[in-house]
Design a protein around this ligand. Sequence first.
Ligand SMILES: Nc1ncnc2c1ncn2[C@@H]1O[C@H](COP(=O)(O)OP(=O)(O)OP(=O)(O)O)[C@@H](O)[C@H]1O
Length: 251
Amino acid sequence: MGTIEFKDIYKSFGSKHVLRGVTLSVKPGEVFFVIGQSGAGKSVLVKHLVGLLRPDAGRIYLDGADITDYTEKEYYPIRKRCAMVFQNSTLFDSMTLIENVMLPIRKHLDVTKQEARDQAMELLKKVGMHNYADRYPSDFGDGMRKKVAIARALSLSPEYVIFDEPTTGIDPISAAMVDKLIRHLSDNLGVTSIVISHDLRSIFGIADRIAMLYKGELLFDGSQNDFQNSTDPVVQQFITGNPEGPMEEPN
Ligand SMILES: Nc1ncnc2c1ncn2[C@@H]1O[C@H](COP(=O)(O)OP(=O)(O)OP(=O)(O)O)[C@@H](O)[C@H]1O
């Protein structure tokens, strides 16, 4: 299991300069939070890791390999090693929960239908959804659907998982369960997680390290303790949620 490194990444969309030289590295097995205001470029940054976006400048390394110029085809195996749970990860409504989780297993692993079902059931257990395996996504709210999307993302035993706002819009108990699962993946399975989040409870609950993007650059990179004790006024404003302060809207 390796390190993820972003080196001096620049990315613009037209005249909008979203990333202006971002360098950070995520260590194996870490729960690494990427935080910042809405529009700060958090999703844009992590999409570079799986080739969904290409940088204007800068390099991306995975496990020491420079993957920046990989072709679309060369990114396929990376996407298997690195699962993504996006904000609006959608389940197939015409399939039951377990069928949704079985889908990647059936597609990518050489297993029987029963084996795929057993594996999917184990994953549903991990997220506390096994009692609803044969129900349909439309029976559930966002929180429960998100948990199933996480189970599906884990189906190919990824080394890395990107969680884009995993606890946003879900109830506190489900959010705590998702946090616990992310921590468990790291502590027990050595999975490296990059978590995009605004959720201070999650950050102070499970983060090993926190990187804060601001104005296209890395404003802060450090432990929970360093974060809490940071004297940077923008970091402090993020923590206190004070509407008054130095933080400017992203342009
Ligand atoms: N494919 C794209 N084309 C044009 N602009 C884009 C594209 N993707 C992102 N952007 C812009 O880049 C900026 C950063 O977007 P991004 O989604 O990374 O923000 P974020 O920090 O993840 O915010 P949020 O917390 O709201 O999800 C936004 O202004 C967004 O409109």
